[in-house]
Design a protein around this ligand. Structure first.
Ligand code: HEM
Length: 502
């Protein structure tokens, strides 16, 4: 059934909405509401978990089930692991060399290898100390926060700056300004349909002075930001690594691992590209849309909306921790309900509900359908995580679904974390860092605080509303909300304020 065929043109395309001449399905592509739900609806309408659309000559295939995603993106990963080209972002703004955007070529392989050597998935512990320090900073930020979303974003940007370049605290702020602006520019340029040049590539040859060519000026400015972001922080880490004063980071570890018998300039260019991609890739495509932050926001909102879950988690923490103590990673086996909350946060409102587009590099045949070469492949992660066979009552936030009768993690329930981080050779290489960061943040916040609704001017508790952004975005993020973080005990407040935790 799943065989590939040499002569593929005899096979029909997967089902999908009727196509108009030239425009194809341009007007069927969802741009309103929750677009992952719209794609799921389209699949139901055509009674198929694989559908085909086209728009202005681009072929798009939507995959709506775990089985099909696994059959294609995992089992045929060599064919399905490229990326669609982006003219504005990749060519004009210069991000085309960053490995998250690169096609499946040797430069992508070399950069990804450098990343996984510096942050090996099997050695996630290397960053535990940084994660604990960052979490304690986060706890202090939350105590005084008037704007949680902004503060969380700045905190996460600072934490990633530390993981990638080893630059911390006030010093990081100088670099963060450029980084935040550069990420903002990626966000705008990466929004599908934002720049016409992505649909009509020859527009890239129009000179900057030409009426309507404002995008070229923007691209030049944004390219300068990219260069500044790439060079400045790297230079500092390089100097410190040479002097032996660098704190371990992706860039410092990669610099130490350089092969001095080979081309140094080439290796340095590689490290720069990997570092800047790693910084940008986890906070990509729209200002403030930072994947770790989105997961944290989803967690905070889930606690606000489900006080019973919060109480149950705090009971578990109080059983395991001495008064005034804060959690550390060694307690993970004793805190299964906290791990279950982390799983449910990723499942219930995944930050990347449509994954990140892949590109298929050759004609393929699946279930009797032709998947044409150069099709953009969209995986509906939302559908995978909301099917009621794997997750009964999927629209309920219920961490207990992952626990067995003894209250331990039940490994027969599918772990929802994996699909959220992508598939096959492109799967997110920062997954272990990201999951560990969320775990320690969840455990620490719930040890320290009760998350409660904000109080209005009249002193009444504000209504708890769980609302999420809609529209043509690939990312899933709550609408701004307010809440209060109330210390749960004097002991823990004293530990935090007295600087007992570093
Ligand atoms: C909750 C946090 C995160 C989520 C949900 C997330 C999700 C994703 C997804 C869905 C992809 C695309 C996978 C695919 O194409 O199939 C991706 C790629 C990537 N992520 Fe993450 N990510 C997170 C955190 C991070 C962190 C902390 C880092 C860096 C330390 C990172 C670095 C990258 C890189 C470099 C890529 C590009 C990989 C490639 O194209 O080969 N991510 N991420």
């Amino acid at each position: 059934l799943c065989a590939r065929w040499k002569n593929s043109s005899q096979f029909p395309l997967p089902p999908g909405p009727r196509k108009l001449p030239i425009l194809g399905n341009l007007f069927d592509i969802p741009t309103k509401g929750y677009i992952w739900l719209e794609y799921a609806k389209m699949c139901r309408k055509h009674n198929s978990d694989i559908i085909h659309l086209s728009a202005l000559g681009n072929s798009i295939v939507v995959l709506n089930s775990a089985q099909i995603v696994s059959d294609l993106l995992e089992k045929r990963s060599s064919l399905y692991s490229s990326r669609p080209p982006t003219v504005m972002l990749g060519e004009l703004m210069g991000w085309g060399n960053a490995f998250a955007f690169r096609p499946n070529d040797n430069a992508w392989k070399a950069q990804r290898k450098t990343f996984t050597h510096a942050i090996p998935p099997a050695d996630a512990k290397r960053f535990h100390l940084k994660q604990i320090t960052a979490t304690h900073d986060l706890l202090r930020v939350l105590t005084h926060s008037n704007d949680i979303m902004k503060d969380l974003h700045m905190w996460a940007a600072g934490f990633i700056m530390d993981v990638i370049y080893g630059i911390q605290g006030e010093e990081a702020e100088t670099f963060l300004k450029t980084a935040v602006e550069a990420v903002h520019s990626i966000a705008i340029a990466g929004t599908p349909g934002k720049f016409l040049v992505d649909q009509i590539p020859f527009l890239k040859y129009v000179p900057e002075w030409f009426p309507g060519a404002g995008f070229k000026r923007k691209a030049r400015e944004w390219n300068n930001l990219r260069i500044k972001m790439t060079e400045d922080a790297y230079r500092v880490t390089k100097e410190r690594t040479a002097a032996g004063t660098a704190t371990p980071s992706l860039a410092s570890v990669a610099l130490e691992q350089m092969d001095l018998t080979k081309d140094i300039v080439q290796q340095e260019e590689l490290i720069k590209a990997v570092s800047v991609t790693a910084y940008g890739a986890q906070s990509i495509r729209k200002a403030g849309l930072d994947t770790v932050v989105m997961a944290l926001e989803a967690f905070i909102l889930a606690m606000l909306m489900n006080p019973d879950v919060q109480t149950k988690a705090q009971r578990e923490l109080d059983r395991v921790l001495a008064p005034g103590d804060l959690p550390n990673f060694s307690l993970e086996p004793d805190l299964p309900y906290i791990s279950a909350i982390v799983r449910e946060v990723f499942r219930y409102q995944p930050a990347t509900p449509l994954g990140f587009p892949h590109l298929v590099t050759d004609d393929d045949v699946y279930s009797g359908y032709l998947i044409p070469k150069d099709s953009i492949i969209i995986s509906n992660v939302w559908s995978i995580l909301h099917n009621d066979e794997d997750y009964p009552d999927p629209y309920r936030f219920n961490p207990s679904r992952y626990l067995d009768v003894n209250g331990k993690i039940d490994h027969s329930i599918k772990d929802p974390i994996s699909p959220v981080f992508g598939f096959g050779r492109r799967a997110c290489p920062g997954k272990d860092v990201a999951v560990a960061s969320l775990w320690i943040a969840v455990a620490s916040i719930l040890t320290c605080y009760n998350i409660e609704p904000e109080i209005d001017e009249r002193g009444n508790l504000m209504e708890r509303k769980g609302e999420w952004h809609q529209g043509p975005t690939l990312f899933n993020r709550p609408l701004p909300f307010k809440c209060r973080f109330i210390f749960r005990s004097k002991d823990v407040e004293a530990s935090l304020q007295g600087g007992k935790c570093t």
